[in-house]
Design a protein around this ligand. Structure first.
Ligand code: AMP
Length: 406
């Protein structure tokens, strides 16, 4: 079935989602009350999305026959993670099924080097960087970018191979070996006051909506805590929103896209990376905003008017990683005992260290109470008192594993 570009895809239609993790699950849970059906496609069975979808297709992303069959049964295609091969968008487009966001957005955002080059050539602020393909180039890049610096694989990849901090030029050889000699991006290490994100959406009619600046605290390179609104001066938040608007417009995005920032010690706002989909830092919009990022994604890709992004209350979100299961099943009842706190679990089969298994969101009259409540609820879950709430400021980035989406 061919869909006219500007014709809305109305309730009753089926949305096809590539990827089957928690982002697809929460989008499916938002799409259902809106009257849509969800089909999900990934190599995994009984997945977080599949458990709540109308149809779970289990097939490889390179299986052209399975892809063609999948797109025949949906009216629009979207992604819940960006590391899907270009073939996916090609097959959908060949079948006349709209792909939102489109193939170009995916192509740019699924590779760190391309993403950086796009941002820099669009005149958007990024940390000083250089692309390197050999150790000799790395040494030259270190002379240009300076130290401390961070070396990151150019491809985001599936395997979580990540990034290594370089404090002095003499560490170039070791750093190069640590990343396995793959093409990489060297960027200046930014001593930041805060990490921020703006989750925004763009409609088919070029309309724009955003949830303001969110404050993010990472632990071991994984998002730990998000706070809304961010505790930063108003003009900084406004600047972050304008930069996000520029990104969505320049990329001609239809859908939700998250821009992650460093707010540097010297006051500069620098774009760290893009995620062309709902984002972990936007999970708190489920409880805290009039329209969640997941409903917004459905609205945007279906060509409907975007919903109000008004934050109804301050909020804080804390991730629940597989580490919590170290001493057995967490004490779920205890988390429910904290007022104003909501528990989300993603239905993942096995808890591994660093794996995102769920999250908690607290809403409260002010951000400080929201933070205190969400951390208290997470502490109550833990059967191991040795686990702490201490969140790093993300100032160390040595040898960490990092994937673009977990
Ligand atoms: P990334 O996968 O690039 O988003 O990096 C994960 C985390 O590592 C970021 O959220 C930061 O906490 C830290 N990090 C990455 N790049 C830098 C940098 N250039 N300067 C300082 N911290 C960084």
């Amino acid at each position: 079935m061919t869909t006219n570009k500007h014709q809305p895809i109305l309730p009753g239609a089926t949305i096809g989602v590539f990827g089957s993790g928690q982002l697809g699950r929460m989008m499916a849970l938002a799409a259902r009350p809106m009257g849509y059906r969800i089909h999900t496609y990934s190599p995994d069975r009984d997945s977080p999305t599949g458990q709540v979808a109308d149809r779970e297709v289990v097939a490889d992303y390179e299986n052209e026959d399975a892809l063609a069959d999948f797109v025949r049964h949906v009216q629009v295609v979207t992604f819940e993670f960006e590391n899907v091969p270009a073939l996916v968008a090609k097959v959908a487009e060949a079948a006349g099924v709209p792909v939102r966001p489109g193939a170009t957005v995916l192509h740019t955002a699924q590779q760190r080097a391309r993403e950086k080059q796009f941002l820099a050539s669009a005149g958007l602020p990024v940390a000083p960087f250089a692309l390197v393909t050999t150790q000799v180039e790395l040494e030259a890049a270190l002379a240009q970018v300076g130290t401390p610096a961070v070396l990151k694989t150019a491809a985001f990849g599936y395997d979580g191979k990540g990034q290594v901090r370089i404090d002095e030029a003499s560490q170039a050889g070791d750093a190069w070996a640590t990343l396995g000699g793959q093409p990489a991006v060297l960027e200046a290490f930014i001593s930041f006051q805060h990490e921020l994100s703006v989750v925004a959406a763009r409609g088919l009619d070029d309309s724009f909506a955003h949830y303001g600046a969110l404050e993010n605290i990472h632990r071991n390179h994984i998002l730990d805590l998000t706070i809304a609104p961010a505790r930063i001066p108003g003009p900084v938040a406004a600047q972050a929103v304008e930069l996000a608007r520029a990104v969505l417009e320049k990329m001609d995005v239809v859908g939700v896209l998250c821009v992650e920032f460093f707010w540097a010690g010297d006051g500069r706002l620098l774009i760290n990376e893009l995620a062309p989909r709902p984002h972990n830092s936007g999970h708190l919009t489920i409880e805290a905003a009039l329209t969640s990022q997941f409903e917004q994604q459905v609205r945007a890709i279906c060509g409907l008017p975007l919903g109000s992004t008004t934050l109804v209350r301050p909020a804080a979100m804390a991730n629940l990683l597989g580490d919590l299961w170290r001493n057995g099943e967490p004490d779920w009842a205890a988390a429910y005992a904290t007022p104003g706190v909501k528990l989300h679990l993603y239905g993942k089969q096995s808890a591994r260290i660093g794996r995102k298994m769920g999250h908690l969101t607290a809403i409260a009259p002010n951000v400080e109470d929201a933070i205190a409540n969400v951390l208290a609820a997470r502490r109550a879950l833990q059967r191991d008192s040795a686990l702490s709430d201490v969140t790093s400021t993300g100032q160390s980035t040595s040898g960490g594993r990092s994937t673009k989406n977990e």
